[in-house]
Design a protein around this ligand. Structure first.
Ligand code: NAD
Length: 250
């Protein structure tokens, strides 16, 4: 039985994860952490990681990038593997994650859906095949409550495309004004916000007289919650290191 701590448990994703954990015979909710203390599905919810005295088998963090230091401190102190599912990490955050992964297992992905992880592979393959002759533009669409832009997933897809060019592309976020002709080294990334859109990602390869578009559409937040539970079960008991969805789906 994998004992799970959900950070950000009262949020949209946290509640979805708690629901799946409750229905899963292989794991149980040990406790939660959120800004306010309380209770969910019979498990205690603490207002701070400092109040958590129990050792979980895995932490799932769906709170916020701003909570990273607390999540990592708990993971390192108790030797608990962590699934970092929040988005919007800074360069300093990414360094802290790298450092922590030398001491404890860290599973990090901006997108926990199997489909997006396949899309990453396809994007890299398409970019390598099509090369410099095709301009790459990424458009992501999310609900009007999303705080960070562009989405972590859009950046992940840009990285996948950029790998095919050995990191030689520059990211351009939106365009405005007299920006001039498009530079060949650009990957354009655009964020659309509105309504209740769960998550849409489109990677367009525009060439001379032809366009190839690879896209993914998430129809409910459940795909991410299910991925988080799968990731938690995968990473529980794993040695220190960095893991992501590709380690799970091979
Ligand atoms: N990796 C993925 O596949 C994936 C999928 C969906 C969402 N996300 C990310 O997950 C995060 C949460 O998304 P959401 O839609 O559930 O947001 P949300 O705002 O509904 O929930 C966030 C929850 O975390 C709590 N919280 C915020 N800061 C905290 C802190 N410092 N300490 C403790 N609790 C804190 C809030 O009170 C809230 O209950 C976002 O960063 C989002 O981009 C990732």
């Amino acid at each position: 039985m994998v004992k799970i701590l959900i950070s950000g448990i009262f949020g949209h994703m946290g509640r979805n994860v708690a629901e799946l954990v409750a229905a899963d015979k292989d794991c149980e909710l040990m406790c939660g952490v959120d800004l306010k203390a309380g209770e969910l599905n019979g498990a205690p919810v603490y207002a701070s990681f400092a109040d958590v005295k129990e050792k979980a088998d895995a932490v799932i963090d769906f709170s916020s990038a701003a909570n990273l230091a607390n999540v990592l401190s708990y993971a390192e102190t108790f030797g608990v593997p962590a699934v970092l599912a929040a988005t919007g990490y800074t360069e300093a955050d990414l360094k802290a994650i790298d450092e922590a992964s030398k001491k404890v297992a860290i599973f990090k992905t901006a997108n926990l859906s199997v489909g997006i992880n396949l899309l990453q592979k396809l994007v890299k393959e398409a970019a390598a095949f099509l090369g410099e002759a095709f301009d790459i533009e990424i458009v992501e669409k999310h609900h009007n409550l999303k705080k960070d832009a562009p989405s972590g997933t859009a950046l992940m897809l840009a990285e996948s495309a950029n790998e095919a060019f050995e990191g030689g592309k520059n990211y351009v976020y939106g365009r405005e004004g007299m920006v001039g002709a498009r530079d060949k080294k650009e990957i354009g990334i655009h964020a659309v916000r509105g309504g209740t859109i769960v998550g849409e990602h489109e990677v367009m390869f525009a060439g001379e007289d032809e366009i190839i578009t690879l896209s993914h559409s998430a129809r409910s937040k459940k795909v991410f919650a299910a991925g988080a539970v799968t990731a938690a079960k995968f990473v529980a008991g794993k040695p220190a290191g960095k893991y992501d969805m590709h380690d799970v789906i091979g």
